[in-house]
Design a protein around this ligand. Structure first.
Ligand code: GMT
Length: 375
């Protein structure tokens, strides 16, 4: 099948999932065309079935806002015609589903019928898409997709609760290539980050308000009062500066490393003893799954789809959003008991195997086949 994948090319989970999906599909023999404004961060163009087409929006002084949707839908039309693409798969509803729908309609005028699959990822529904500025357009483009998938049961429920949806939503969970997270690192590499007696706690996100960075810092603050520990903060975002300030105020700056965006997430996770994800909203929590695949127990909130990934008392612990007392207590309990820690590590890795690429990608293929049949 020739498939166009539209996604955000950045470090965010939706772009990562879309990229990994494209790579896995290419390995299954499909021809994949990534169409976005920059080469996706996890994409290496070393596969004969993978292509990348850049969307450019020329600057024009009249435009206060550059019309990216227009450029994207025109590019989609061009690429579908040029490469005889058979299906559009758009990740993140805003504005991709809207642009995809326009492309589909333009192609229809030329006698080309192509189905569009929309995958909902989280904030496109729970945070941004729900805003009255976008809601009618998001509702319209979901209802006019040929198939709709969501990355968790929780996100499906949120979508049905927040929007007037007439389409069936198929839950296709996020996935990972478990073999990539095999924990291979040398003690020497770990030593660069922390002393032997120090526990390594990690948080990875785009450091936005929704991730509750203040909770991450406070939970770590309480951990480091009980045992030698370092916190590694991976990612870039608006909450980075306030977080650095908070660390200074708490007198823990020397124990917190802000390392920015990283292409070595798997390596950092494999060094880690505990992962913290106390988000206010989290449709799935791909990064928690990545941590679990590395055998890292997760202390998270119980928001959104997190309970579908992080299993209470097995791969980690879940608490209500903002419950710093409970999160800290659970984190310390796991870290203080080597036997318990080892048990959680093993369970985390085991549970992550429920989300392996090889079992999830065929679910997308099935969605594609049905969409193609019904177009
Ligand atoms: O977490 C983010 O802020 C990034 C965001 C994105 O759209 O890239 O992530 C969302 O999609 C991921 C992949 O499906 C999910 O694992 C994240 O849980 C989801 N984020 C939120 O719901 C906040």
């Amino acid at each position: 099948m020739k498939i166009a994948i539209v996604c955000y090319p950045t470090f965010g989970g939706s772009g990562v999932v879309a990229t990994e999906l494209g790579i896995a599909l290419a390995e299954h023999g499909h021809e994949i065309h990534f169409i976005t404004y920059k080469q996706p961060v996890r994409l290496q163009l070393l596969h004969s079935n993978v292509h990348f087409h850049e969307v450019t929006v020329p600057k024009y002084p009249l435009f206060h806002y550059q019309p990216y949707e227009l450029a994207l839908s025109s590019k989609l039309v061009d690429m579908v015609k040029l490469h005889k693409i058979e299906l559009l798969h758009v990740h993140y509803a805003i504005p991709h589903a809207y642009a995809g729908y326009m492309a589909k309609k333009m192609l229809e005028e030329e006698g080309i019928k192509i189905p569009m699959v929309t995958t909902l990822h989280g904030t496109d529904i729970t945070l941004v898409g729900n805003h009255p500025f976008y809601k009618p357009a998001v509702t319209f483009s979901i209802n006019n997709s040929d198939a709709v998938t969501s990355v968790s049961e929780s996100l499906k429920e949120d979508t049905l609760r927040l929007f007037n949806i007439k389409k069936e939503i198929h839950v296709v969970p996020n996935f990972i290539d478990i073999d990539k997270y095999n924990g291979s690192y040398s003690e020497k590499e770990r030593d660069i980050i922390a002393n032997k007696d120090e526990k390594i706690i990690t948080h990875i996100s785009n450091l936005r308000k929704v991730k509750r960075i203040d909770t991450v810092i406070e939970v770590f603050n309480r951990i480091q009062k009980k045992m030698p520990a370092k916190l590694i903060m991976v990612g870039e975002g608006p909450e980075k500066k306030p977080a650095e300030k908070l660390c200074r105020e708490k007198g823990i700056s020397e124990k917190v490393l802000f390392v920015g965006n990283s292409h070595e997430v798997d390596k950092i996770l494999c060094f880690s003893d505990l992962f913290i994800l106390p988000s206010e909203h989290e449709s799935f929590g791909l990064v928690a799954l990545e941590a679990m695949a590395c055998g890292v127990p997760v202390i998270s909130s119980n928001a959104g789809g997190l309970p579908e990934v992080n299993i209470q008392g097995k791969s980690g612990f879940l608490s209500d959003v903002g419950d710093v007392d409970e999160m800290s207590k659970n984190a310390i309990t796991i870290l203080e008991c080597p036997k318990m820690h080892a048990k959680f590590k093993k369970e985390a890795r085991k549970i992550s195997k429920n989300f392996e690429t090889k079992s999830v990608v065929p679910l997308y293929e099935k969605v594609y086949q049905n969409a193609l049949k019904n177009v």
